[in-house]
Design a protein around this ligand. Structure first.
Ligand SMILES: *Cc1c(COP(=O)(O)O)cnc(C)c1O
Length: 372
């Protein structure tokens, strides 16, 4: 997926993804990479192929369509659709391509059972709500669910999943522990009938901080992409060594003086307190670079941090290069990563007022290339 009208260059370092995966696998050998939403903006197939070559034998993506792209792109092994089969076409696609849909309603059981050919087994992942209150059966639904499954022997549960709400916050580990206990009870209930079923609860933060909640399969997302879900907490060190894999650059269109007393950009929100030099960078909110960065964000130019001056426009943003010698039109400005004082996804997210996940998903929509 790519924004077709700009000069932005998103560069993904596949080697960094592989090293992050290796770090996580040392802690959790059964880690199943989460590559939903175009691999958090890093590119679905290139990321899957890289991690598959590094030993991943199962993946979790979002929609069934995304899973079909993986299968049609030659990815073998288990592919789980976290959003599940939402209509008949999805259900058919899962059956035809051996995609394992998350199932969180009785209607979905019906939809899938109806698509199985005689004698065919359809693998499914049962999704339970243990505290997110997002998708899933509840613990109280379990007896009725087991009855329904028994009545549909063509459906075979291979995975039992739930998702944690505050695993990235060690100060609220009570809630995480409660979710883990509920999940353990649910898993035991399913396992009493399907002994080979695998349990999966841990996201990145729980993979790093809660080895007792690893169960059979872990589902790391953000840590693969080099952001630390425990940043700013007492357990931040558990994410040491993870490296961001995405650099985002845009060309500088013009460099010019901004004399003391002159304002810059819409709304005149910044006035130069002294004689300054500004660079106009070819990026703005149309490139999913948030206007919320107006007057408070930063980029790097020639390896140095440079603050954003005034408002971010649709396709242009001004930065202060007064203290960076030799900047000229055509030079790269880095919105994220790059050489020198690189902004990490976490730092950019703080300036942006959001989380690294959103920064990566949004900037990753720009034209993208991959290298080792
Ligand atoms: C996105 C997602 C994950 C991965 O979470 P991270 O915090 O990125 O590790 C795991 N499980 C489910 C169900 C998800 O939606």
């Amino acid at each position: 997926m790519s924004i077709a009208y700009n000069k932005i260059a998103v560069r993904v370092r596949l080697g960094a993804l592989r090293r992050n995966f290796e770090i996580l696998r040392r802690m959790a050998p059964a880690a199943m990479p989460v590559i939903k939403s175009d691999a958090y903006g890093h590119g679905l197939l290139p990321v899957a192929r890289t991690l598959e070559a590094a030993g991943a034998d199962a993946f979790a993506a979002g929609t069934v369509g995304e899973c079909a792209q993986l299968r049609d792109g030659g990815i073998p092994g288990r592919i789980v659709a976290l959003l599940g089969a939402t209509d008949a076409a999805d259900a058919e696609c899962c059956v035809a391509r051996s995609i394992v849909p998350a199932v969180y309603s009785a209607d979905q059981l019906e939809l899938l059972a109806g698509r199985a050919a005689p004698g065919q087994q359809v693998d499914i992942a049962l999704k339970f709500d243990t505290g997110m209150a997002r998708l899933g059966f509840t613990e109280a639904d379990l007896p009725a669910l087991l009855d329904r499954l028994h009545a549909r022997p063509m459906l075979r549960p291979v995975l039992v999943m739930s998702h944690l709400a505050v695993s990235d916050d060690p100060s609220r580990s009570d809630f995480t522990r409660q979710q883990g206990e509920a999940f353990g009870r649910i898993l035991a209930g399913v396992r009493a009938e399907w002994p080979a079923v695998h349990g999966s609860l841990a996201n990145s933060a729980a993979l790093l901080a809660h080895p007792e909640l690893h169960f059979d399969v872990q589902r790391p997302g953000i840590a693969l992409y080099g952001a630390n879900p425990l940043r700013g907490t007492a357990q931040e060190h558990l994410g040491d060594g993870l490296q961001p894999a995405m650099d985002v650059a845009a060309p500088i269109l013009q460099v010019h003086p901004l004399p003391a007393g002159r304002s810059i950009s819409y709304g005149r929100t910044f006035t130069a307190p002294r004689d300054m030099t500004v660079a106009i960078v070819a990026t703005g909110y149309a490139d999913a670079y948030s206007r919320g960065l107006s007057g408070k964000g930063a980029m790097t130019v020639h390896g140095r941090r440079v603050p954003i001056l005034g408002r971010v426009c649709m396709q242009m943003t001004a930065v202060d290069v007064t203290d960076v010698p030799g900047v000229t039109a055509g030079d790269d400005a880095y919105l994220l990563g790059g050489p020198g004082e690189a902004l990490t996804p976490d730092e950019l997210a703080d300036l942006w007022g959001t989380i690294s996940y959103e920064v990566l998903c949004l900037l990753g929509m720009n034209p993208r290339t991959h290298r080792e």
